[in-house]
Structure formats: structure tokens, C-alpha cells
Design a protein around this ligand. Structure first.
Ligand code: AN0
Ligand code: CP
Length: 320
């Protein structure tokens, strides 16, 4: 594997899940594989889980790791071509990327959505420049529109905790004070469509996700109806994807707290497990009782980020 941004990059998903299970029981098995290989992790915004879990995964494989926080200590980077650089940005991404490629063997990129220009975000302008100009294998650590390491970890978690062969999984929008990207719900939807689950998406009108990610999922606007009989409830906020109304892209259209997941909501389900990628705002997205409750999987999901990253880095190293 040279690039990782989609479930398709893994090929047979069943085999990838098996590999994840094996690596989880022996995560240092391939500690020789990454010897004298360097991972560069580039962050254009904040991170707790991705930073730590991906670094740990690289260490499991014996790699060296360099982390660059572009907004803290590096030159401010221009990302658009053709700009007269007379402002606060000292360097262009088009020089910075090949330079970064000189110092490492693999690059992880967290580029994040600007949420201003839908076409710019959905063209994955920043991530694709790393693919094109770094000369290195590149993987997504949450780009403008996808977060595949999270979705992979979420699927590993569902596999571990499911109590029926084909569980019902519900992705529900929940309120948040600030505009957030669609990367997490996009990838979650993409991965659930590829997995052996019944998948339902629920959100207020106007929050329709891009059809390329929704795929064959059932979209149900009535949150209660959607959640009835659910085995897993995956809550997440996202800003307007601009599908039905382009000018609303990146806007907060609703802060309706009736969508906040509390015990009343969970009572509609089949004693569902609660999931969220974290970081989460309590009592906006989910009540204290639900996130602290016995059915909450937020910590196991975060723990499985180490596993999903180990599988991805192992496959990249094996292909070098
Ligand atoms: C980010 C998001 O919603 O995409 C990161 C989640 C992994 N969340 C925040 O910025 C709060
Ligand atoms: N879930 C996740 O990717 O968290 P961070 O933003 O802290 O990396």
C-alpha cells in the first residue's frame, strides 16, 4: 500500500480486520519491519489521539518518528498557487512538501477542512499535494473530508463488541457550538457501507452528507425512528456539507439540543453501545451518564486507533 485515505485502499476488509486482531494480540511482532525508517507526521491543526496513537503504532514497528506542527514553530505555509506572497506566509507548500520528503520515508498528514470553499476542501487540495510532490507514501490522519484511521478503529471496535452477526449501526448528528468538518461522518459512513452491518444515518434537514459517502445507507430524519433497535449509536456533530445548498457549506444550521444523546435516547435502542471518536463536548453531544455508562465504547475506540495505525503503517512498510 502506497496511499491510505479510503477503505478501498485496504483491499479485502475481512482480511484487514483479521490482521488488526492478530496485531492487537502481538503488536510488536513486526518491530524489525520499520528499522531505520522514519515517519513524519504533519499536523495543520490540534490532535491528541491521532498524534499519540500513530506515533505509538510507528514505535510498535520499530520506526523513528518526527512530528511537525505547521502552525507552531514552522514557517506559515501558503497553500494556493498563484498567490503574491506579500502577507504573513513565508513559505509555499510546494517547496515545503518536497523538503519534508527529504527527511523521511513515510508521511502522515492532518490537513483538516477550511469549511469555507467546498470545492477546495472536497478536492483534498492539501492532501493531494503531499501525494503528488513528497515522493513518499502518504496516509490520511484526518484530511479535509476523510478520517480513515478513525473509521477503521471504529469498525475494529464494533467487531469486538457486537453481540449479533449483523448489528444495526446508527450514525446520528448531535449539536455542537462550533462548525466541525464532515471527515469523521464521511469516513464512518464509507466504512459502514463496506462492513457487514445494517447502517442508518440520522440528522436534521440540511445536514445531508455527500452521496459518495452515504452510499446505500438508509437516511431517516426522525432520530427516534432511526435509533429504534440500534445495537451501536455513533454520535458526531458535523457542519453543513453543502449538498442541497452550496452557500450553506460549513455553516452551523442547528444547535437543537433535542438531538443530544442522553438516557432517554438510548432507551429507544436495543441496549446499544455508545460511540464517539473524541474529543467530545459533554452535554452538547452526549450526557455525562451515557458517556460514563457501561455501554460507552469511547475509550476502546481510542485504544484501537493504535491498532488501525499499526495495520496501515505495516502495509505501507511492506510495500517499500
Ligand atoms: C474534529 C472533527 O470534528 O473533525 C476532530 C475529530 C477527530 N473535532 C474537533 O475539532 C472538535
Ligand atoms: N479522534 C481523533 O482523531 O482525535 P484527535 O483529533 O485528538 O487526534
Amino acid at each position: 500500500m502506497k496511499y491510505f485515505s479510503s477503505v478501498k485502499d485496504l483491499g479485502n476488509l475481512h482480511l484487514a480486520l483479521q490482521e488488526a486482531k492478530e496485531l492487537k494480540s502481538n503488536r510488536f511482532k513486526y518491530v524489525e519491519l520499520g528499522k531505520n525508517k522514519t515517519l513524519l507526521m504533519v499536523f495543520f491543526n490540534s490532535s491528541l489521539r491521532t498524534r499519540l496513537s500513530t506515533q505509538k503504532a510507528a514505535m510498535n514497528l520499530g520506526m523513528n518518528v518526527i512530528v511537525l506542527d505547521v502552525n507552531q514553530g514552522a514557517w506559515k505555509l501558503e497553500t494556493e498557487r498563484g498567490v503574491v506572497m506579500d502577507g504573513d506566509k513565508s513559505e509555499h507548500l510546494l517547496e515545503a512538501i518536497p523538503v519534508m520528503g527529504c527527511y523521511c520515508d513515510v508521511i502522515g498528514v492532518r490537513s483538516f477542512a477550511g469549511l469555507k470553499d467546498r470545492d477546495y476542501d472536497y478536492a483534498e487540495t492539501v492532501y493531494n499535494q503531499f501525494v503528488k510532490f513528497s515522493g513518499r507514501p502518504v496516509f490520511a490522519m484526518e484530511t479535509a473530508t476523510v478520517h480513515p484511521l478513525q473509521a477503521f478503529a471504529d469498525l475494529i471496535t464494533i467487531e469486538e463488541y457486537k453481540e449479533v452477526k449483523r448489528p444495526k449501526v446508527v450514525l446520528t448528528w448531535a449539536p455542537h457550538p462550533k462548525a466541525l468538518p464532515q471527515a469523521v461522518p464521511n469516513s464512518f459512513a464509507e466504512w459502514m457501507n463496506a462492513a457487514d452491518v445494517d447502517f442508518v444515518i440520522t440528522h436534521p434537514h440540511g445536514y445531508e452528507l455527500d452521496p459518495s459517502f452515504v452510499g446505500n445507507a438508509l437516511v431517516e430524519y426522525d432520530q427516534q425512528k432511526a435509533m429504534e433497535g440500534a445495537d451501536f449509536v455513533y454520535a458526531k456533530n458535523w457542519s453543513c456539507p453543502g449538498v442541497s445548498k452550496l452557500e450553506d457549506y460549513g455553516q452551523v444550521l442547528s444547535k437543537d439540543m433535542n438531538w443530544t444523546i442522553d438516557e432517554k435516547h438510548m432507551a429507544w435502542t436495543n441496549n446499544a453501545h455508545f460511540m464517539h471518536c473524541l474529543p467530545v463536548r459533554r452535554n452538547m453531544i452526549v450526557s455525562d451518564n451515557v458517556i460514563e455508562g457501561p455501554r460507552s465504547l469511547v475509550i476502546p475506540e481510542a485504544a484501537n486507533r493504535e491498532i488501525s495505525a499499526t495495520v496501515v503503517l505495516k502495509r505501507i512498510l511492506e510495500d517499500m
